[in-house]
Design a protein around this ligand. Sequence first.
Ligand SMILES: [Cu+2]
Length: 145
Amino acid sequence: MKSPSLLSSKIYAICTLFVAALLSLFAGISAAKEADLSGATGSISLEVFSRLSPIEINTIHSWEIVLSDGNGPMSGATLEIVGGMPEHNHGMPTQPQITEELAPGRYLLEGVRFHMPGLWRMTASISTAETQGRPPSVVVIDFTL
Ligand SMILES: [Cu+2]
């Protein structure tokens, strides 16, 4: 029969390997999850993680929008998103709405749908309690579908 100390050191080694494997798995997942779209203005950066990735035409879906500034995640911000096709002079077929702050600085935008291939422009107007009474910060993101 093996001595208890040998057995416990074997269990320890197996656990260490298991944790290392898990960590490398998570590192791989987080590295793979890059923003689908991003933009910035001043110290504010905006990243779009589409729940439909890659984004497809004519499929209604949601975006998770991550806002941060020089101090970290921007919690409690008011975010309005307007989209359209600048070359066609029309808007989106839907009016996407922010419905929830999923985590500090991470907002859920529901009702996103693009109905045509071509150049799309999303304009995000961002205001916070600190910037009340001043014009919102505006981030413009152009992309082609
Ligand atoms: Cu169009």
